[in-house]
Design a binder for this molecule. Structure first.
Ligand SMILES: [Zn+2]
Ligand SMILES: [Zn+2]
Length: 246
């Protein structure tokens, strides 16, 4: 998130405070001395190690980098996803993996703002006027944590950029996907996401929407969310994810 410029007394106070209590890099733990204006709460070295996917050729559906000149990867040629396309910004490794892990598993709720800041330029470039729907977190983890990660990110987008958010989805039960293959993931997730009838956004569901998630792995979760949204009348679903597990 880009902070507003500081006035000099504020700058001096911040610098003195940093000497006594230096903030630490989220990824490697090094002190962030005098780096208060950094875009991210990580050190310069870790910022350089961020791994945006820069492949020239990416699958037009799931966004996985392709070596060949083909339009679609093998998976997307064989099977049709319900969503129109996914775009992932980073590879799920290095600092991005650390940021997501700190956010979700070390309960650092404040990182929602940072993640929203990373997602926003792509959201604005691709889908400037579309409402955003966060993929709901599993009931168990949301219960344990007390907050829902992607909902927090969506709220941060709304606060800082005025993004319209809709929350028509909810989880009915958990569906641990770790270690499962693509087909197993598809079967495992089926029926675990439902329309949240209590949400007051049915009018918003006539338009195309952007489904927001942190990690794109098999596409199974995004596909199931899309299936439910399509049943609710959503015309088209575009998926935007912070990272892709390659
Ligand atoms: Zn670092
Ligand atoms: Zn693909």
């Amino acid at each position: 998130m880009i902070a507003p410029p500081m006035r000099w007394p504020e700058k001096l106070g911040r610098s003195l405070l940093e000497i006594v209590y230096p903030r630490r890099c989220l990824c490697c733990g090094d002190p962030l001395l005098f780096r208060a204006s950094l875009r991210l709460p990580i050190c310069g070295r870790c910022e350089q190690a961020l791994s945006p996917i820069e492949a020239q050729n990416r699958c037009v559906v799931c966004s996985i980098p392709l070596i060949s000149e083909l339009e679609r990867c093998t998976r997307c040629s064989e099977r049709h996803f319900s969503f129109t396309c996914n775009f992932s910004l980073y590879e799920y490794r290095g600092p991005i993996r650390q940021i997501i892990s700190q956010f979700k598993f070390s309960n650092r709720r404040s990182l929602a703002g940072l993640i929203a800041g990373l997602l926003y330029p792509e959201l604005e470039r691709r889908y400037p006027d579309l409402p955003v729907i966060p993929v709901p977190g599993s009931r168990r983890s949301v219960g344990r944590r007390g907050w829902d990660p992607m909902l927090e990110v969506a709220r941060a987008l709304r606060r800082s950029r005025g993004t319209e958010i809709l929350t028509p989805l909810m989880r009915t039960r958990g569906a641990a996907q770790k270690g499962l293959h693509y087909r197993e993931r598809m079967e495992n997730i089926r029926g675990t996401i439902q329309l949240n009838r209590g949400s007051r956004c049915s009018a918003g569901l006539r338009r195309p929407v952007v489904l927001l998630d942190d990690i794109f792995t098999s596409g199974a979760t995004a596909d199931e969310c899309t299936r439910i949204l399509r049943l609710a009348g959503v015309r088209e679903v575009f998926v935007l994810t912070l990272a892709m597990e390659l």
